[in-house]
Design a protein around this ligand. Structure first.
Ligand code: SF4
Length: 343
């Protein structure tokens, strides 16, 4: 086993990040005991960059995003440690009123389920226009004109005719475009998109993802893309952080991950992606289930499911090792990262 340099708080240390999450810890009080949802997560996102945060349900990826946005349900949730630096200021030490002003204006979130995120009894034009009325004091007429502009920007056909339509009158893909328009309205510096295409069919998924990537480049925003699907991030992400049981287990530039993953969990996720050249063959699935976060296994939390697990894995938690010195570097929380890379 080779142990190399362990992780710095985040890559690119020394330069100011748009967002830097440092050693974040989040817990939930439940009847089953304390759930350790986020256990020392660190990552950074720069302007114009896309970070994909990947993991199965319950890995802590969405809870981390909620803590960053300040929309965690408190109680039962609570942030028990760490920092969330946005443009150099720690959001966790900011007054709620100030954080509320930042949300929407400087940082925005796109959720998975547009139908439940939009108000069903208000037209989409009204809901888009409200961003300009509330945040910028725009008149109703001006707000409506800007709502139409935004709808055109996200390529809603016949936007001027559809501005008075209600959310249920749009298809799932169009509703998700409206959610993107709402997030973009005030030209924020950072967007967090939480499984933005999960509810859509594959073709629409690709269109929405392409649109999001195009707008992110055009507005030079930082984008955090939360997903359980490694298949959707290849063309849009710059870097990937893979989460398991509330920790980052691999962090690397996207091309490194696809070329040769350095953690058995990432490798399993990659092998689970359906491939056209394997038509008719049984799809690979990582065995077992993610752990109950109130009872995380000792040592490496992935050991009960890992094909490479050995004795040391059941007792010693692997730190996030730096496994490559190129560029921003890549990191793996596996005692046997070298074997995984070579395999
Ligand atoms: Fe598997 Fe051990 Fe690596 Fe964990 S530390 S991923 S159990 S080989």
């Amino acid at each position: 086993m080779t142990t190399v340099e362990t992780e710095p708080a985040t890559e690119g240390a020394g330069t100011a990040a748009l967002l830097e999450v440092r050693d974040l810890h989040v817990e939930f009080g439940t009847r089953d005991g304390t759930t350790h949802a986020v256990n020392g997560v660190s990552y950074r996102v720069d302007a114009g960059e896309t970070l994909a945060v990947l993991g199965e349900s319950g890995s802590g990826k969405s809870v981390t995003a909620q803590a960053v946005m300040g929309i965690l349900d408190i109680p039962p949730g609570r942030v028990t440690g760490g920092q969330v630096l946005f443009q150099g200021r720690d959001l966790l030490r900011m007054r709620e009123e100030e954080r509320r002003r930042l949300r929407g204006a400087r940082m925005a979130m796109i959720f998975q389920d547009a139908l439940s995120s939009l108000n069903p009894v208000l037209s989409v034009g009204f809901q888009l226009g409200e961003m300009f009325r509330v945040h910028q004091g725009a008149s109703r007429k001006d707000a409506k004109a800007r709502a139409i502009e935004l709808m055109e920007r996200v390529r809603i056909p016949a936007a001027a005719q559809r501005v008075a339509d209600y959310p249920h009158q749009f298809s799932g893909g169009m509703r998700q475009r409206i959610m993107i328009a709402m997030a973009l309205a005030l030209e924020p510096d950072l967007i967090i998109a939480d499984e933005p295409t999960t509810a859509l069919d594959v073709t629409v998924q690709a269109q929405v993802m392409d649109l999001l990537a195009e707008l992110q480049r055009e507005y030079n925003m930082g984008l955090i893309l939360i997903t359980h699907d490694l298949g959707v991030v290849a063309d849009v992400a710059d870097r990937i952080a893979v989460m398991y049981a509330g920790r980052i287990v691999e962090r690397a530039p996207v091309h490194d991950i696809y070329r040769a993953p350095a953690h058995p969990y990432t490798k399993g996720l990659l092998e689970s992606i359906p491939r056209l050249d394997q038509k008719g063959q049984e799809l690979f699935a990582i065995k077992g289930l993610p752990p109950n976060l109130a009872h995380i296994p000792p040592g490496c939390a992935f050991h009960p499911r890992c094909p490479l697990a050995r004795d040391v894995c059941t007792s010693e938690e692997p730190p996030l090792h730096r496994v490559s010195g190129d560029g921003e570097g890549r990191y793996s929380a596996c005692h046997f990262w070298r074997e995984t890379l070579d395999g």
